[in-house]
Design a protein around this ligand. Structure first.
Ligand code: FAD
Length: 418
């Protein structure tokens, strides 16, 4: 249902993470009356504790050719960054099989092109929102440095960097010493680095979502703190959203609830292979070692980013139920890797966090109309890139709900592709 001059149609967006909040703002731009509902405050899900990078160099999917040979070994190695809760293994098995099926060279190239089609539009959709929200002070043009502690690791990453280059990412190849000129505190073990200079980070990912949600309210949007439990469906589609405090009538509904979108999509008759790829971080509050850029250690599978509150070190992919208790040993292991990469890194106060990346086995989000209902839309499954993809997803969802042709080809992101 489209907005008209006299009676703007309503849209209820479920989930006030980076993705849902950007959907809400872009739907307002199209003239809809928007309600944004979350059981918590905005930016408290996976969007709270990410590494803050607008990953414009991230067209390469996590599942690369040959990964099937490494997965079993990694699952058995206690220090490896991939974890599977064994109680969750049966449930996750179909996802892993689909994931492996997406790691042929041909599929990887296709997926990278699809991801790049969204990455090309990040800044033109993000920057106006950040400017209007007055959140420019939360942004930092850091650049990103991929580090390698062996020639073998550098050579092993050649294909991934070739994909990036072919997709238009500008990069500089550096020696270890050149990397240390940029990052004097980096360990002498780093022998090679690749720098992408044009990367922007946020110094506070949760603060950024909260600023965007505040903008949504200033523009007249309604922010509700409520848990959504299901839907009323009639012959014309979804008629109401059921919440803990009663039913709310809707003209349109957007599911943007991160990994928790799976049961909501199921309630609307669509099964999606969405798994929680749970990541961990440790923040070294007030650490006095200086780190200038976002750092991604290719050998250690961790990222280190300077944030407003201190230095954040994070990574890991733990497959488990989204709300199963966190195992903070992984946050500690990530922190130890960060300290090996930056030997001076320490702080009296540390905090630890776990959050679930919402991941599809083909490393692409679902963006578009639900397969079953004409007034329900899906905006979830942004895995390692939800911060980055939030604004372009919001723009595309607003176009689809308004009945406009989408400004990016949505075929690769169709919710019914699974
Ligand atoms: C360690 C780590 C590092 C990362 N680093 C980066 C990075 O540098 N760059 C990047 O782009 N991405 C990064 N990511 C990925 C990124 O954080 C996620 O892809 C992104 O936060 C997903 O956003 P979302 O809005 O889809 O989900 P979420 O932020 O999880 O939001 C979903 C919201 O839905 C709400 N909700 C769920 N169910 C209901 C319900 N039934 N009723 C009401 N509300 C509900 C939740 O409370 C939550 O607020 C990282 C992730 C991790 C874990």
């Amino acid at each position: 249902m489209q907005a008209t001059a006299t009676a703007p149609a309503t849209v209820t967006v479920i989930g006030a993470g980076m993705v849902g909040t950007c959907c809400a703002l872009y739907l307002q731009n199209e003239g809809f009356r928007v309600t944004l509902v979350d059981r918590k405050a905005p930016g408290e899900g996976a969007s709270f504790g990410n590494l803050g990078c607008f990953g414009i160099a991230s067209c390469v999917p996590p599942g690369m050719p040959g990964i099937w040979r490494k997965v079993p070994r990694m699952l058995l190695d206690k220090d490896a960054p991939l974890k599977l809760r064994w109680g969750h293994a049966l449930r996750a098995a179909p996802w892993f099989l689909k994931f492996i099926a997406n790691t042929s060279r041909a599929r990887v190239e296709e997926i990278a092109r699809a991801r790049q089609s969204l990455l090309n539009r990040v800044h033109e959709t993000l920057d106006p929102l950040v400017a209007e929200a007055g959140a420019g002070n939360l942004m930092s043009p850091t650049g990103i440095l991929f580090t390698f502690e062996s020639e073998e690791a550098f050579q092993g990453a050649a294909y991934a960097f070739d994909i990036r280059r072919r997709n238009g990412v500008m990069m500089d190849v550096l020696s270890g010493d050149e990397a240390r000129e940029l990052e004097p505190n980096l360990t002498s073990n780093v022998v090679r680095a690749i720098r992408v200079p044009s990367l922007v980070s946020t110094l506070d990912p949760s603060g950024l979502v909260k600023s965007l949600a505040a903008l949504f309210e200033r523009r007249g949007g309604t922010l509700l703190c409520n848990a959504v439990r299901g839907f009323e469906v009639g012959s014309e589609g979804v008629t109401a959203v059921k919440t803990d405090s009663g039913d709310t009538a809707v003209d349109n509904v957007v599911i943007a609830a991160g990994v928790w979108s799976r049961p909501l999509a199921e309630a609307l008759g669509t099964n999606v292979p969405l798994e929680a790829e749970r990541g961990y971080h440790t923040v070294f509050h007030g650490a006095d070692v200086k780190i200038n850029e976002a750092i991604l250690s290719v050998d250690r599978y961790i990222s280190v980013t300077p944030m407003r509150e201190g230095i954040r070190v994070g990574g890991f992919a733990e497959f488990a139920a989204p709300d199963a208790p966190a195992d903070m040993r992984h946050a500690k292991t990530a922190a130890q890797h960060g300290q090996k990469l930056f030997p001076g890194l320490d702080a009296a106060t540390r905090s630890e966090w776990m959050g679930p990346r919402p991941s599809h086995p083909d490393s692409k989000p679902a963006i578009g109309r639900s397969p079953r209902h004409r007034n329900a839309y899906f905006a979830f499954g942004h895995d390692h890139l939800g911060l980055t993809f939030g604004s372009i997803t919001g723009k595309l969802i607003s176009e689809v709900v308004a009945g406009k042709p989408p400004s990016v080809d949505l075929e690769p992101f169709r919710p019914d592709r699974f």
